[in-house]
Design a protein. Structure first.
Length: 183
């Protein structure tokens, strides 16, 4: 039995869970999300908890058991509390500006980049170098943050670029460090 899959998911107050034709629909104060349950996985709602079980014990069902439980748990947290992801911009002249449902980024290229945010994701920019993304869908939020980071990934020598706030970069020594070695 999956250790993660067998954990019951508590349903917070103000959150409504519906099961319709292998689809879990969750509605909360921040919005609505839905997820299709794969074949071979059974979802039940009882006395304030959602329970996920598998019908068979084959490899596919075992692999999807914990995944389905975690996806439903993430949706539950998303519609009740939401998710945030913080990006930092490092570099002279690198900056960001929020313009409605888009971000205008100056990242050292010859032109500014206008990044259109997907529906359901909001962005706030602080001090022109800190971007805070918010949303209820954890997967969409992570994909959006990764796409923004991919516009100018941090380089290992000076650390210039876009990085996650909690990311630790491995820095490399430059040419001067090799010359100081004696050869």
């Amino acid at each position: 039995m999956s250790r993660v899959g067998k954990l019951p998911i508590p349903v917070p107050s103000k959150v409504k869970v519906d099961l319709v034709d292998q689809t879990v629909r969750i509605e909360g104060p921040r919005g609505k999300l839905h997820c299709r349950v794969p074949a071979g996985i059974r979802v039940a709602v009882d006395d304030g908890h959602v329970r996920v079980a598998r019908e068979a014990d084959d490899r596919r069902a075992r692999s999807l058991h914990g995944l389905t439980q975690r996806l439903i748990s993430n949706m539950m947290q998303g519609v009740s509390e939401g998710y945030t992801r913080v990006l930092e911009i490092v570099g002279v002249g690198y900056r960001a500006e929020a313009k409605g449902q888009a971000l205008q980024l100056s990242l050292g290229y010859s032109h500014p980049i206008l990044f259109q945010l997907p529906p359901g994701i909001q962005a706030k920019v602080e001090r022109q170098t800190i971007i805070t993304l918010e949303g209820i869908d954890r997967q969409l939020l992570g994909e959006t943050a990764a796409t923004i980071r991919r516009l100018r990934p941090p380089e290992p020598y000076k650390g210039k670029g876009i990085k996650y706030a909690d990311e630790v970069l491995r820095r490399k020594a430059g040419k001067a460090a090799g010359a100081a070695g004696g050869k």
